[in-house]
Design a protein around this ligand. Structure first.
Ligand SMILES: [Zn+2]
Length: 477
């Protein structure tokens, strides 16, 4: 059966302040003493009034620009009423009728970096987060630190038909948020929360099947498992001729199953109405100009440039877009007039491998950008051979020595060996190995590899295996 998927994503904004008060906003409140970052507004004291923080608006607008949104000069906030222990006000301030960012789209590549997709989005609105409940020792404790921190909720159209599309879209969204310093968007830390709406139908001509929303998902692996599980569950129900109503289910990943949270019959009535405590939001010229002047990094455009203009392979692209710091490092080095492919190649190996092995970031490299560029310019000039470059790079990463020093130590700067000299050295190799020469002459031509190895040792790797082979083939003719 055909799969249809829509997403609802909450992104935690990386602003300095909470949404409607001047309390500090953190991407992560771990290690912060509970209820120490609070004020009358975010604890909903009677009479306290919200005021939209300018820096929150700025991050939300930036996300809007990154998502190719139409930015509405006039927008407003709405009150979503519900009573639940995680909300001190008994309602949430959100944007339903006139969101600031509307009509947006995201283009992304599938994993092969060849196939392109574009997803259209219904809505992207600002809203404030709830407080945190901590259940321990039979007690329910409340921490207000998170209360009132800013979120943007993104609702996509049901445009996805495979799990891969969902994952690659979310990765692109994550990069957009991270590369433009809008948020950290770490799924595991709930800085990016994803609810997945899934339905199945027999063919494209059929209307959409009954939709089931799966919540509590916090990793890409879990998203994949949740979709596959829900698809199989619905197909089984259809096959058995059973009907089901629209519902929300929670994912229990440890048990590889989902459980019913609520069905359409007990859907909440949120009684939305315009937020009476906040005036209309009108963007002034200065704000719009600041937004227009701000440069946005679109990872999808970069990937396109890397693959189509530079001809990078998947391995290079993966290494470069893994992290904004890596991307900046790449740009910094290529700005020094070093060939882009050469830089990408060395970042993909061995630098990316070194970072992975040592659980570290590119910022921990102890050689300077200048030293790395100098090393690469030698590679670019062709004065060093591939095997020598590998040796130098490995030494640089393990000893942090200057590439120049390593080149001297290894005698890689010895003058190039002329053909005559090379032939003399090759003859020495043959003379000291008469038995193997004999074997070669009797038809065991693979012994040439031994001679090549000996010659490379004698020349400190200054000769390429290909040239060494030609010399021996000539001498042994
Ligand atoms: Zn506050």
């Amino acid at each position: 059966m055909l799969l249809t998927i829509g997403l609802e994503i909450h992104i935690k904004l990386k602003s300095e302040h909470k949404m409607f008060c001047l309390c500090k906003n953190e991407q992560n409140f771990e290690g912060v003493l509970p209820n120490t970052n609070i004020c009358p507004v975010c604890t909903a004291q009677p009479g306290a009034l919200p005021v939209l923080s300018e820096d929150v608006l700025e991050k939300a607008l930036l996300l809007g620009k990154a998502l190719h949104c139409k930015i509405n000069e006039v927008s407003s906030f709405d009150r979503k009423s519900y009573f639940y222990p995680d909300s001190p006000m008994g309602y949430q301030i959100t944007q339903l009728y006139h969101p600031t960012n509307t009509e947006w789209k995201v283009s992304f590549f599938l994993d092969n970096y060849v196939t392109e997709r574009t997803v259209h989005i219904q809505d992207a609105h600002m809203e404030n987060d709830t407080w945190k409940m901590i259940h321990t020792w039979g007690q329910a404790l409340i921490d207000f630190n998170r209360s009132g921190t800013p979120l943007v909720e993104i609702v996509t159209k049901p445009d996805f038909t495979t799990t891969e599309e969902v994952i690659e879209f979310l990765k692109e969204l994550q990069r957009l948020v991270r590369f433009n310093d809008i948020g950290d968007a770490d799924l595991e830390k709930w800085q990016m929360r994803v609810d997945v709406n899934i339905s199945v139908r027999k063919s494209e001509k059929d209307p959409f099947g009954t939709r089931v929303e799966v919540k509590n998902i916090n990793s890409f692996g879990m998203i994949k498992r949740a979709i596959e599980h829900e698809q199989a569950r619905q197909e089984k129900l259809y096959a058995a001729g059973e009907t089901f109503t629209q519902q929300t289910r929670g994912r229990d990943d440890a048990k590889s199953e989902s459980y019913l949270m609520r069905s359409k019959e007990d859907a909440l009535d949120y009684k939305y109405f315009p937020e009476p405590d906040l005036p209309e939001l009108r963007l002034n010229d200065e704000t719009i100009k600041r937004l227009n002047d701000k440069e946005i990094v679109i990872p999808h455009d970069l990937i396109k440039k890397f693959t189509q203009e530079y001809g990078f392979n998947k391995e290079y692209v993966n290494a470069l877009i893994s992290d904004k710091a890596v991307l900046d490092y790449f740009t910094n080095i290529t700005d020094k007039k070093i060939d882009a492919k050469l830089v990408a190649k060395r970042i993909a190996w061995p630098i990316a491998a070194w970072m992975k092995e040592n659980f570290t970031s590119i910022g921990s490299l102890k050689f300077t950008d200048g030293q790395f560029a100098e090393f690469l310019s030698k590679a670019q000039a062709g004065s060093l051979m591939e095997n020598q470059l590998k040796v130098i790079m490995n030494e640089m990463l393990s000893t942090w020595k200057n590439p120049e020093e390593i080149i001297k130590e290894k005698w890689f700067d010895a003058p190039a060996i002329g053909t005559k000299e090379l032939e003399l050295l090759a003859k020495e190799v043959l003379e000291s190995n008469p038995t193997i020469v004999e074997q070669y002459k009797w038809g065991k031509t693979t012994t040439i590899g031994f001679f090549i190895g000996q010659l490379m040792k004698k020349t400190w790797g200054k000769v390429s295996p290909k040239i060494a082979q030609e010399v021996f083939e000539k001498l042994l003719r």
